[in-house]
Write a protein that binds this ligand. Structure first.
Ligand SMILES: Cc1cc2nc3c(=O)[nH]c(=O)nc-3n(C[C@H](O)[C@H](O)[C@H](O)COP(=O)(O)OP(=O)(O)OC[C@H]3O[C@@H](n4cnc5c(N)ncnc54)[C@H](O)[C@@H]3O)c2cc1C
Length: 493
């Protein structure tokens, strides 16, 4: 940035690096206290990396090794989900999960998982073949038995991170997007100097929630403090298929294979908005930006999923994507305070989404010695409710539209999203500024046409709301503008 570099004189109590679900949850939790907080994110929106590309399951916690941090955070996080999602108005459905034994060899694994569940304090039940098939007639007739975990759920992960960031901002957190942290060093007068590509901030404390890149930041920060460090994150890729919403009765629970040493195995699951998700694979990759999918891996994913649900309608596949798990070499969550005022939340692979609220609480507890955690009497945990037109009964909807006409102008026909909902997603604190940001918050573009019909309308609404030209509106990151220049037409729309 050279001469554009600007020195910020701002002083904070805590700088949180990374606005994925973990950093956003940490920021929101700390905003309960009277603190000056800054949340820094290098992308142009919150929650764009791992927090946007996962299975969206609120895991019950029967699987992680008893006593591990993963197990503790999973179970504690799971318990906080219903209340916190209510506060944040985030879509959550506690539909329960079924982990299937599809051959005799897997029956002891199910029994072992039930023991582990009891050790972790997670209620489960082993269901017989008939009981499983009564619940889910589309499962393989080969099923021998299943572990039923009633406290598992599904969440809208995009909405979750956006709502956490929104609520944090509502409660006074400063959020700066498009700003990459390049250095964390001790400040000569105490605390830390956090350098970004735009300036330097002084802060008493730092939370490093930089996802896949948290290892580098932590190692460099500790080197600056003269302390040894050897954090190492290796990404493990998970590839998925998304199916259109074709039959709400196709599956009612999240269906898992038995877990393997690579992770939780393949799942087939409804999403909160009625689609179905199939995946993920689990293969290491050497690159932290390798989000490519391959036909070969997806074929393996499909074959494994068909062993659970043979009749997966492949003609309903509308999309594929990949996410990268931030696997730390110890295989465990790293939630530590290696120096006063420095907290790492790294290696937060699955079940990190489920654990986000519990991890945030733990981060705040770790900073108790470094920060004056005095309750903020103005803290408001509640996000204003979102209008979800597609959920309204016809008469309720007609009445609402009569009072709010912009909600009667449907922009996305596949997902039934109105102009009013899109405008709301843009106007909220830390609202959408890109086509992808609108899609993640309100769903236009998630359906069968993948934005083919609604994208021009979304560009137009974004331009109008943000006071920009349509050709300045990016699909995602800067440089992905959809329109190049105006070549004719009356209104440029
Ligand atoms: C395939 C897959 C399936 C999963 N399924 C589930 C599941 O079903 N249930 C569940 O509970 N968990 C699941 N997880 C895990 C869950 O998605 C993660 O634990 C969680 O999203 C991690 O969030 P995060 O905030 O740590 O990381 P991220 O979402 O990656 O956020 C880190 C942020 O830091 C930013 N950043 C990085 N470097 C810098 C820098 N130098 N300066 C500023 N910003 C920076 C990044 O841009 C990013 O936005 C899954 C993960 C994967 C990959």
């Amino acid at each position: 940035m050279g001469s554009e570099k600007q020195k910020y004189s701002d002083v904070y109590d805590c700088v949180i690096i990374g606005a994925g679900v973990i950093g956003a949850a940490a920021a929101r939790t700390l905003s309960r206290y009277r603190l000056r907080l800054l949340l820094l994110e290098r992308e142009n929106d919150v929650g764009l990396i791992t927090s946007a590309a996962n299975s969206a399951i609120v895991h019950s916690g029967y699987d992680p090794t008893p006593g591990s941090l993963k197990a503790k955070m999973n179970v504690a996080g799971n318990r906080l989900f219903p209340e916190f999602c209510r506060q944040l108005d985030v879509d959550l459905k506690m539909i329960g999960s079924l982990t299937l034994a599809t051959d005799d060899d897997q029956i002891p694994v199910i029994e072992e998982l039930a023991v582990r569940a009891a050790q972790n304090g997670v209620p489960v039940e082993i269901l017989s073949r008939d009981a499983v098939l009564r619940r889910e007639p589309n499962l393989t007739p080969e099923v021998r038995c299943a572990l039923f975990a009633p406290t598992a759920g599904i969440v809208n992960p995009f909405e979750l991170t956006a709502a956490l960031a929104e609520n944090a901002v509502q409660n006074g957190v400063a959020l700066r997007l498009n700003e990459e942290v390049t250095r964390i060093a001790p400040h000569p007068d105490g605390g830390y100097a956090v350098t970004t590509d735009r300036g330097v901030y002084r802060t008493l404390a730092v939370i490093n929630a930089a996802g896949l890149h948290a290892d580098t930041l932590a190692n460099n920060a500790l080197a600056e403090l003269g302390k040894p460090a050897d954090y190492e994150i290796r990404p493990r890729k998970g590839e998925y298929f998304v199916l259109d919403h074709f039959d709400p009765e196709f599956l009612h629970h999240t269906i898992f294979t038995v877990p393997t040493e690579k992770g939780k195995g393949i799942l087939v699951s409804p999403t909160t908005h009625g689609n179905y998700l199939v995946g993920p694979s689990a293969e290491f990759t050497d690159r932290k930006d390798d989000f490519a999918t391959t036909d070969e891996t997806l074929a393996q994913v499909l074959a494994s999923a068909q062993k659970l649900v043979p009749s997966i309608p492949t003609r309903q596949i509308i999309r594929q994507f990949a996410g990268l798990r931030a696997v730390e070499k110890r295989g465990e969550f790293v939630i530590d305070r290696p120096a006063p005022g420095l907290v790492n939340l790294l290696g937060i692979q699955s079940p990190g989404l489920t654990a986000c609220f519990a991890i945030a609480e733990k981060a705040a507890a770790l900073l108790r010695e470094d920060l004056p955690l005095e309750e903020n009497p103005d803290f408001n945990p509640v996000c204003p409710p979102r209008v979800r037109l597609h959920r309204m009964a016809p008469d309720e909807r007609a009445k609402f539209v009569a009072e709010h006409p912009s909600y009667g102008r449907i922009v996305c026909r596949c997902e039934d999203v109105s102009e009013g909902e899109i405008v709301d997603a843009i106007r909220r604190p830390s609202g959408a500024t890109t086509v992808d940001g609108v899609k993640k918050r309100t769903r236009p573009g998630f359906g069968k046409c993948q934005g083919g019909f609604c994208q021009p309308q979304v560009v137009k609404i974004l331009a109008r709301e943000l006071g920009r030209k349509p050709e300045e509106i990016p699909l995602k990151s800067p440089g992905t503008e959809i329109l190049l220049e105006k070549i004719g037409g009356a209104d440029g729309g």
